[in-house]
Design a protein around this ligand. Structure first.
Ligand SMILES: Cc1cc2nc3c(=O)[nH]c(=O)nc-3n(C[C@H](O)[C@H](O)[C@H](O)COP(=O)(O)OP(=O)(O)OC[C@H]3O[C@@H](n4cnc5c(N)ncnc54)[C@H](O)[C@@H]3O)c2cc1C
Length: 254
């Protein structure tokens, strides 16, 4: 399986912290190359200082994308809450247009947002690689579909748009219905499994991850690490409250 590494952290409070966070990613890019790992990096712009100054986050993201390009690697910019969607997409589009960075940077789109179809059209016309996910933040009905059925239907619609494009994209979900729908669209339209990848969180549905690999699909596992785990962990718990029981049971056992 391929991997994407996420050095946990978001919404830093000072410029110094943003540079420190970026330093971890620079080291990761060097180590991935030295150890010849099949891995790239996933970066949150608020960890690079987006809320302090968009210019700061853009400069840091540019230096990471340049480093990734020099190492023949790739930076995926994670998507955060909807107040940051527009600025995140603007930064990614500007960096993607810089000489040499075309294959070194991509972004994430969330199927719960109403705007995502238009965003994907724009990103595809620029040839930017997308990771499609459902979306993990608490969003109001003014900007996001409140019902799971609509989020799911949009995920399938958007994943078909991605599969039809010549760019390599990632479909990030553990939902078997989403996976079955995209697989069947790909096979009906003779889209080879090598042209896209499924992505899942480390430790979630390992059985499904293995099954997809055995059936010839590309799978990338998102591996978060580091000390700033609290907001990430809370989003995962909110997504699946059963995890609270799961963790409690395992703590008790150990
Ligand atoms: C690789 C990757 C990158 C992501 N990047 C972003 C991002 O940049 N921005 C963003 O907003 N969101 C991101 N997400 C989170 C995503 O938006 C969803 O919140 C999350 O993936 C749950 O949605 P689902 O598609 O798996 O479907 P759901 O319908 O939520 O879940 C389907 C099934 O998957 C299993 N499952 C799902 N989540 C968990 C969990 N946490 N623990 C255990 N089992 C679980 C359960 O069996 C559940 O029934 C990412 C997800 C992945 C896999």
């Amino acid at each position: 399986m391929a991997v994407t590494l996420d050095s946990l952290g978001e919404s830093v409070g000072t410029e110094q912290e943003a540079h420190k966070a970026a330093e971890v990613y620079h080291r990761l890019l060097d180590w991935i190359s030295a150890l010849k790992l099949n891995a790239n990096i996933s970066v949150k712009l608020t960890q690079m200082g987006l809320e302090l100054s968009p210019g700061l986050a853009e400069t840091i993201a540019e230096s990471l994308a340049n480093h990734a390009h020099a190492m023949n690697n790739f930076v995926r910019i994670d998507m955060e809450d909807s107040s940051l969607t527009q600025i995140t997409l603007e930064i990614v589009r500007r960096l993607h247009a810089r000489p040499g960075l075309r294959d070194s940077i991509g972004v994430v789109i969330q199927s719960y947002l109403y705007r995502s179809e238009a965003d994907i059209e724009q990103l595809l016309s620029d040839g930017i690689s997308v990771r499609l996910c459902k979306g993990a933040y608490n969003e109001p009905a003014q900007v996001a579909f409140p019902s799971k059925a609509d989020v799911d239907a949009n995920f399938i619609r958007l994943s078909c748009m991605l599969l039809d494009s010549p760019v390599y994209h990632g479909l990030a979900t553990h939902d078997e219905a989403m996976i079955a729908a995209t697989r069947s669209y790909a096979s009906q339209h003779r889209i080879d499994p090598s042209r896209f990848e499924f992505q899942m969180l480390y430790g979630v549905r390992r059985d499904l991850q293995r099954r997809l690999i055995n059936e010839g699909y590309n799978v990338r596992v998102y591996v978060p690490f580091g000390r700033e785990w609290y907001p990430y962990f809370m989003r995962r718990l909110a997504e699946r409250p059963a995890n609270v029981l799961f963790i409690a049971r395992n703590l008790f056992r150990s």
